[in-house]
Write a protein that binds this ligand. Structure first.
Ligand code: GSH
Length: 236
């Protein structure tokens, strides 16, 4: 696959800030695909391929544009024979989908509420107004009210993550010795939240930090670097 370009959501300083984009960065790395990135703000998304998309990630391969992270994962898995398969079987894909549903319904909403004001503050000025209006509508409260309540949500978040600690206590990744697509989904979520959060998301002795550290090492192997303000990885 040549001429591969990933449209990613970026903050004002260029930090990549979408959990869905991060999982695709992992997937492209696992498939050993070289790609360039094109950083966009929320208000730039309607300009991608003449308004066909409302969300990122979007992957452009030559003349073709593919949106939605699951469609992108399936696409790169079907067209690229390099690297291991993202899903070793339909059953593994289904379990990754189930994990995504769990994370998306239980964990991501908590992270979103905890980090929403931090995300706003990191955006390019032209994105801030759009983000504030759309997210305040979604939350049913102002970003400031959400930020004022965030500390109470941190213990709820940590308790909600318990089902993830048990498998990762016994093996380095959900995929076993190496990460699979469920890891990419989870790690992408922590990289997104950890790179914007201005308070500690996990306790400093949380074993999930070791998983995130291992996940960052995998990314570094693909030449990508990240800084996480919301996760204390010194002990991980
Ligand atoms: N189901 C989509 C969700 C992607 C998504 O929600 N992306 C967010 C960024 S994290 C987005 O682009 N939002 C645009 C907006 O809110 O206007 C996927 O898996 O790719």
């Amino acid at each position: 696959m040549s001429d591969c370009r990933l449209f990613e959501l970026v903050a004002d300083d260029g930090t990549s800030i979408s959990p869905f984009v991060w999982r695709i960065k992992y997937a492209l790395g696992a498939k050993k695909l070289n790609y360039e990135t094109c950083g966009v703000g929320f208000t730039d998304i309607p300009q991608i391929d003449e308004g066909r998309f409302t969300t990122v990630p979007v992957l452009q391969v030559g003349e073709r544009y593919v949106g939605d992270s699951w469609a992108i994962a399936d696409y790169v898995d079907s067209v690229s024979s390099d690297g291991a398969r993202l899903f070793s079987s339909p059953a593994e894909r289904t379990m990754a989908r189930f994990f995504d549903e769990w994370l998306g319904s239980s964990v991501r909403p908590l992270l979103f509420r905890i980090c929403v004001k931090d995300i706003h503050d990191r955006l390019q000025p032209r994105d801030q107004e759009y983000f504030r209006t759309s997210r305040e509508q979604r939350l049913g409260q102002t970003l400031e009210a959400a930020a004022a309540a965030r500390e109470k949500l941190v213990p709820v978040l940590r308790a909600t993550l318990e089902p993830l600690r048990s498998p990762l206590d016994k093996q380095p990744f959900l995929g076993g010795a190496t990460p699979n697509y469920a890891d990419f989904i989870g790690l992408g979520t922590f990289i997104w939240a950890g790179s914007v959060a201005t308070l500690g998301l996990l306790a400093e002795d949380d074993p999930l930090l070791e998983w995130v550290s291992r996940g960052l090492n995998v990314l570094e192997g693909t030449g990508r670097t990240v800084r996480l303000s919301g996760l204390d990885l010194r002990h991980g």
